[in-house]
Design a protein around this ligand. Structure first.
Ligand code: C2E
Ligand code: CA
Ligand code: CA
Length: 708
C-alpha cells in the first residue's frame, strides 16, 4: 500500500476511534501510552499531552478493585497482559476522580498485539463506564443486607422469589404463622396463593400483576391468609422488587407481619371510640356519622325522617336512692327494650347518662304522614319503656319524656337536629313528663290534632259511628247496574266527616283494618238483603279496600267468613283497589288476589291514571274493571287533551277485556262523550250523589226494602 494511502487510512481509523463510546488506549511493550481516543481522555480525565508517553501508574494515581481495595500496580490490566501475555477480560476497575470525587467504575478488556516474532508489540486496553450499574448493584446489596438485619430476631415471616431461576424460599416463621411446618405444602411460587383468603384472591393477584409490570420497587399491602385451622389471618405484606436495567423484575422479596393482634386492638379502639361500654349501643360520635348518611338518603328519596331524644324521667332519683349499679341495670334494660322494639334500619344511640336518641327514616313524603308515623313510634316506645323493670329482685317503674324533630333532606345539620330534639324533650318535661313533644309548634299542633283524631277514630269504631253511603252506577242506556259504598263518619257531635279527612289516618294508624272490616260486613249484609229484589238483586256492589287490608295475610280468610256469615252472593261483590298496589311486592299481592277471586268476587282498579300506572302491571293482577279517575272525566269537555287520553284508556281497557267505569260524571257533555266512546258504566253527581244506604234502597228498590 502506498505510504500516502496508508496515512489516509490511519486518519480515518483515528476519526472512527474518536467516536467510539468506549475508551481505547494503546500501550507500547514498555507499558507507555502510544495513543488514546477521545472517550479515553474523558473517562480518565487527562489531555492528550498528559497521556502520550505516560505509564498507567502516572495517569491514574491508584486503581481500585471491585471490592474497593487498592489495586497493586502489577495487577493493572496493561501490566497483567505484559507479564502473562494473556488477554484480560471484563475486569471491573475503579478510577479515582481528579480532582477527588466519587470513583468512576470501568469494565476493562485488554489484549496483546504481537509481531511476526511473537513478541508483544502493543497492548490495547478498552473500557466502558459501568458506574451506574455498580451503584444499582450496591444498593440492592444494601437492601438485602438491611432486610436480613431486620428479619434476624423479628416475628415477621419472610419469603423470597428469584424470577430468574424460579427458586422460592419461605421462612420457617412464614409457615408457622399459618399453623404449618416447613414443607407441609409443596413449595413453589404458588404456595402462597393456596393459603390466600379466597375473598382477597383477585385483589392481591391483581395488585401483584400491576406491581410486576409497574415501576415502583417497594410495596406494602394488606390481605388475609387462611390458617391451617381455617381462621383468617390478617397480614401486612411489605417488600421490594429487584429489576434489571430495562425494569424487568428479577426477584421479589418481602416480609409478612401478622396483624391479628393489631386488628384486635384497632377493633377495641373503634368500640371505645364509637360505642357506649355500658349498653353496647353506638355513642354520640357514631350517631352523628350515621345521621349524616341518613340525611343524605332523605335528600335523595324525599322521605321525611325523625330524631327522637329520650330522657328517663326519674333516673337521678333511682341512682341516688338505690345506687349506681341498679341505675346501670336499668339503663341496660332500657337499651335492650329499645333495641327489640325498633327496626333494624332505625338508629339507636346512647348519648350518656339516661339520654338515648333514636333516628327513623322513610316516614313518608308528606308532613302529615311523617307526623302520624312519628306519633306511632313514640307511642310504641313509651309503651315498651313503661312496662315495669326487674332490678335486682325488685320491681321498678320508669317513665320517659321524648323530644321529636322531623327532617327532610339536608336542610338541617346533625347538631341542629339533636339540639331541636333536645329542646323538645325539655318541653315534654316541662309539660308534665311521660309524654312526647315536637320541636316545631306547628308540628306539635298537627300532632295533637292527629292524636285526638286517632283517639276519636278508635272510639268511633267502638261506637259504630261509621255509616255507609251508596252512590248508584248506570250503564250508557241509563239503567241502574251497580253502586259504590262510600263510608262517612258521623261523630257524636252530629258532624258528618268525609273519608278524605280520616282514611289517611286510619291507614297510618292501622285502624283501617277494623274499619275496613265493618264496611265490608255491612256491605255484604246489604247485598244479601237485596238478593230477592228485582231492581237491587242483580246490582254489583263496589267496596273500597285499602292496600293495607290486602297486605294482611288474614284478609282472604276474613272475606270468606264475612261472605259466609252474611250469605251475600260473592259474584256481585267488587273490591276497589288503587294503584298503590303496584308499589308493593306484586307477587305476594297478586297471589292473594287470586285466592280471593277463587271465592267468586272480583277486583276493579280505582282512580286509574293518577298513580303508578304501568300497562305492564295491569296484566299481572286479576282485574275485571277499571275506573277512570274523575280528574280525566272532569276535563273531557273542557281540555282538548283530556278527550284523547280518556279514549286511549278506554281502548286499552277494551284490549285487556276490562270493564270501564267512569266516575265523577257531572255534566251531560261528559256523559255523552263517555257513552259514545264505549264506557260500560257511569257514576257521578249528574246521575246520583252518594246517599245513606237506606235512602238508596228506598229510592231504587222495586219492593221497597229500604222502608223496612
Ligand atoms: P273514590 O273511591 O274515588 O270515591 C269516589 C269519590 O268521588 C267519593 O268521595 C264520591 O263522593 C265522589 N264523587 C262521586 N260523584 C262525584 C262527582 O260527580 N263529582 C265529584 N267531584 N266527586 C264525586 P268520598 O265519598 O268523599 O270518598 C273519597 C275517597 O275516600 C274515595 O274515593 C275512596 O278512595 C275513599 N273511601 C271512601 N270510602 C271508603 C272505604 O270504605 N274504605 C276505603 N279504604 N276508602 C274509602
Ligand atoms: Ca272507589
Ligand atoms: Ca275513584
Amino acid at each position: 500500500m502506498p505510504p500516502n494511502e496508508s496515512a489516509n487510512l490511519q486518519r480515518q481509523f483515528d476519526v472512527l476511534l474518536d467516536h467510539l463510546p468506549a475508551g481505547v488506549v494503546v500501550h507500547g511493550p514498555d507499558g507507555r501510552i502510544l495513543s488514546a481516543n477521545r472517550r479515553a481522555k474523558v473517562l480518565l480525565g487527562h489531555s492528550v499531552e498528559e497521556l502520550i508517553g505516560a505509564e498507567s501508574s502516572q495517569v491514574v494515581w491508584s486503581l481500585v478493585r471491585a471490592d474497593n481495595t487498592v489495586m497493586p500496580e502489577p495487577e493493572y490490566p496493561v501490566n497483567q497482559v505484559l507479564s502473562t501475555g494473556d488477554p484480560v477480560s471484563d475486569l471491573v476497575v475503579g478510577v479515582p476522580a481528579t480532582p477527588p470525587g466519587p470513583v468512576r467504575w470501568l469494565i476493562c478488556n485488554a489484549y496483546p498485539e504481537r509481531g511476526r516474532d511473537g513478541r508483544i508489540e502493543r497492548v490495547v486496553v478498552c473500557f466502558t463506564d459501568c458506574t451506574k450499574l455498580k451503584l444499582a448493584e450496591h444498593r440492592a446489596q444494601q437492601s438485602e443486607e438491611r432486610l436480613r438485619l431486620v428479619l434476624r430476631g423479628s416475628t415477621d415471616a419472610s419469603w423470597d422469589y428469584d424470577l430468574r431461576n424460579g427458586e422460592v424460599h419461605y421462612s420457617e416463621r412464614w409457615w408457622e404463622m399459618l399453623g404449618y411446618r416447613v414443607g407441609d405444602l409443596p413449595i413453589d411460587a404458588h404456595t402462597w396463593q393456596k393459603v390466600l383468603h379466597p375473598d382477597d384472591f383477585r385483589r392481591v393477584t391483581g395488585f401483584l400483576h400491576d406491581l410486576l409490570g409497574g415501576t415502583t420497587d417497594s410495596y406494602s399491602v394488606e390481605f388475609r391468609m387462611v390458617h391451617r385451622d381455617g381462621h383468617a389471618v390478617p397480614i401486612l405484606s411489605r417488600g421490594f422488587i429487584l429489576r434489571d436495567e430495562d425494569g424487568l423484575p428479577l426477584r421479589i422479596s418481602g416480609t409478612n407481619t401478622d396483624l391479628t393482634e393489631r386488628k384486635q386492638v384497632e377493633q377495641r379502639i373503634h368500640e371505645l371510640a364509637y360505642f357506649d361500654h355500658l349498653t353496647g349501643l353506638p355513642n354520640r360520635r357514631f350517631l352523628a356519622e350515621e345521621l349524616d348518611k341518613v340525611l343524605a338518603r332523605s335528600e335523595r328519596s324525599g322521605q321525611f325522617g325523625a330524631v327522637l331524644f329520650l330522657d328517663l324521667d326519674n333516673f337521678k332519683l333511682l341512682n341516688d336512692t338505690m345506687g349506681h349499679d341498679i341505675g346501670d341495670l336499668l339503663l341496660r334494660q332500657v337499651a335492650l327494650r329499645l333495641k327489640l322494639a325498633l327496626r333494624h334500619s332505625d338508629q339507636l344511640a346512647r348519648l350518656g347518662g339516661d339520654e338515648f336518641v333514636v333516628v327513623f327514616e322513610d316516614l313518608g313524603t308528606t308532613l302529615e304522614d311523617a307526623i302520624a308515623e312519628a306519633n306511632h313510634v313514640v307511642d310504641k316506645i313509651l309503651e315498651v319503656l313503661d312496662q315495669p323493670y326487674h332490678l335486682d329482685g325488685r320491681l321498678f317503674v320508669s317513665t320517659t319524656s321524648i323530644g321529636v324533630t322531623l327532617f327532610e333532606g339536608m336542610g338541617a345539620d346533625v347538631d341542629t337536629l339533636l339540639k331541636q330534639a333536645d329542646l323538645a324533650m325539655y318541653r315534654a318535661k316541662a309539660d308534665g313528663r311521660h309524654i312526647a313533644r315536637f320541636f316545631d309548634p306547628g308540628m306539635q299542633a298537627a300532632a295533637n290534632r292527629q292524636s285526638a283524631l286517632e283517639t276519636g277514630l278508635r272510639d268511633g269504631l267502638a261506637r259504630h259511628e261509621f255509616v255507609l253511603y251508596c252512590q248508584p252506577q248506570f250503564d250508557t242506556h241509563g239503567r241502574l247496574v251497580g253502586a259504590e259504598v262510600l263510608v262517612r263518619w258521623r261523630r257524636d257531635s252530629g258532624v258528618l266527616v268525609a273519608p278524605g279527612d280520616f282514611i289517611g289516618l286510619a291507614e297510618s294508624s292501622g285502624l283501617i283494618l277494623p274499619l275496613g272490616r265493618q264496611v265490608l260486613e255491612e256491605s255484604c249484609r246489604a247485598l244479601a238483603r237485596w238478593a230477592g229484589d228485582r231492581a237491587l238483586g242483580k246490582l254489583k256492589l263496589a267496596v273500597n279496600v285499602s292496600v293495607q287490608q290486602l297486605r294482611d295475610p288474614e284478609f282472604p280468610d276474613e272475606v270468606a267468613r264475612i261472605l259466609a256469615r252474611s250469605g251475600a252472593p260473592a259474584g256481585q261483590l267488587f273490591l276497589e283497589l288503587t294503584e298503590s298496589i303496584f308499589a308493593d311486592d306484586k307477587q305476594d299481592l297478586a297471589e292473594r288476589m287470586h285466592l280471593l277471586c277463587g271465592q267468586g268476587l272480583r277486583f276493579s282498579l280505582d282512580d286509574f291514571g293518577t298513580g303508578y300506572s304501568s300497562l305492564a302491571y295491569l296484566k299481572q293482577f286479576p282485574l275485571t274493571a277499571l275506573k277512570i279517575d274523575r280528574s280525566f272525566v272532569h276535563d273531557v269537555h273542557v281540555d282538548p287533551s283530556a278527550g284523547p287520553i280518556v279514549k286511549a284508556i278506554i281502548a286499552l281497557a277494551q284490549q285487556l277485556k276490562l270493564e270501564i267505569v267512569a266516575e265523577g260524571v257531572e255534566h251531560e257533555a261528559q256523559r255523552t262523550f263517555l257513552a259514545r266512546n264505549g264506557c260500560s258504566a257511569l257514576q257521578g253527581y249528574l246521575l246520583g250523589a252518594p246517599m245513606p244506604i237506606a235512602e238508596f234502597e228506598s229510592l231504587y228498590s222495586a219492593t221497597g226494602i229500604g222502608h223496612a
